[in-house]
Design a protein around this ligand. Structure first.
Ligand SMILES: C[C@@]1(CC(=O)O)C2=NC(=C\c3[nH]c(c(CCC(=O)O)c3CC(=O)O)Cc3[nH]c(c(CC(=O)O)c3CCC(=O)O)/C=C3\N/C(=C\2)[C@@H](CCC(=O)O)[C@]3(C)CC(=O)O)/[C@H]1CCC(=O)O
Ligand SMILES: NC(=O)c1ccc[n+]([C@@H]2O[C@H](COP(=O)([O-])OP(=O)(O)OC[C@H]3O[C@@H](n4cnc5c(N)ncnc54)[C@H](O)[C@@H]3O)[C@@H](O)[C@H]2O)c1
Length: 225
């Protein structure tokens, strides 16, 4: 395997995107969906109206100027997608010197990490990478997976997020928990979730879960995702 895949928790991390044209805008959207502690944007152009909402909400601080090395201070992760090749190189080198994670879009030789093609449904993330050999194939595979893993997976995971702690609270042996969760994921639960029928969901849960939990299941099923 050429690259080591990881999932980063950015909630207490400060990030930087330099250059928010077509590509940079997409990168900012993905970063914002992970709620970083701070996200600075630097671009020589005035922000488009599409930025106003996130600027007003304080989700990004947008600087209209060229990049300065001080922009890297306190940054955990940097993505550069400017149309200035020399600047992208400079940012890449500065990040390398300072041990900051850095992606220069479409230029893997300047990156300390590359981005996969991603399919998301709630808590489900399916990331596809071809290790840089064919981003177009990664995208095609992502699109194919998207047709197999629809919104019911997001709803299934929202349900499991609420249910799992209740099961773990029972302090059953690990082997029993494993069997129970395995059975649930292989049961008709996903099917009934996609039918949008809370009564049936409750029936399936009761069938698979210990009776001591049954009185709590209605609350788990009716709670909004
Ligand atoms: C997955 C995705 C994520 C994202 O960007 O968010 C992504 N590229 C996407 C699409 C895409 N990019 C390109 C095309 C045109 C077709 C083609 O060239 O194949 C298409 C397809 C299209 O647009 O239809 C051009 C391209 N990309 C790179 C090079 C340079 C090179 O290969 O050396 C060139 C040639 C530039 C040129 O011609 O000069 C390099 C990289 N692109 C990567 C990621 C990393 C490796 C991913 C992997 O391991 O597969 C890596 C190494 C670095 C990085 O950028 O992180 C995103 C899909 C999003 C989605 O799912 O919709
Ligand atoms: N869009 C694509 O499909 C695509 C495909 C292949 C490669 N690329 C490459 O990805 C990079 C970005 O592409 P794009 O389509 O988003 O370009 P773009 O022109 O839409 O965006 C580039 C942004 O960089 C900003 N910028 C330029 N100089 C700057 C500086 N000194 N400091 C800060 N910001 C600066 C510009 O104001 C602009 O907003 C380019 O290197 C491009 O060659 C893009």
């Amino acid at each position: 395997m050429r690259y080591y895949p990881i999932l980063l928790d950015l909630r207490d991390k400060h990030c930087l995107v330099v250059g928010v044209g077509q590509v940079g805008t997409r990168k900012v959207q993905t970063l914002l969906s992970c709620a970083p502690a701070g996200l600075r944007i630097v671009d020589t152009r005035e922000p488009d109206t599409c930025w106003q909402e996130v600027i007003d909400q304080g989700l990004v601080d947008y600087h209209v100027r060229t990049f300065e090395p001080e922009d890297l201070d306190g940054r955990f992760l940097v993505i550069a997608c400017t149309s200035d090749e020399d600047l992208n190189w400079r940012i890449s080198r500065l990040c390398a010197e300072r041990g900051i994670l850095c992606n220069i879009v479409d230029q893997p030789e300047k990156c300390s990490f590359i981005l996969p093609s991603m399919h998301n449904q709630g808590d489900l993330t399916i990331a596809v990478s071809t290790s840089g050999s064919s981003p177009a194939l990664a995208k095609k595979i992502r699109e194919e997976l998207g047709t197999c893993f629809g919104p019911e997976y997001g709803r299934f995971l929202a349900l499991m997020r609420r249910l799992r702690p209740l099961v773990l609270e029972l302090d059953l042996p690990t082997s029993e928990n494993t069997a129970l969760f395995r059975n649930l994921t292989r049961s008709e639960l996903l099917d009934v979730i996609s039918q949008d029928n809370p009564g049936l969901v409750l029936d399936v849960l009761k069938k698979h879960l210990p009776e001591t939990l049954h009185h709590r299941l209605e609350g788990v099923v009716s709670e909004p995702d």
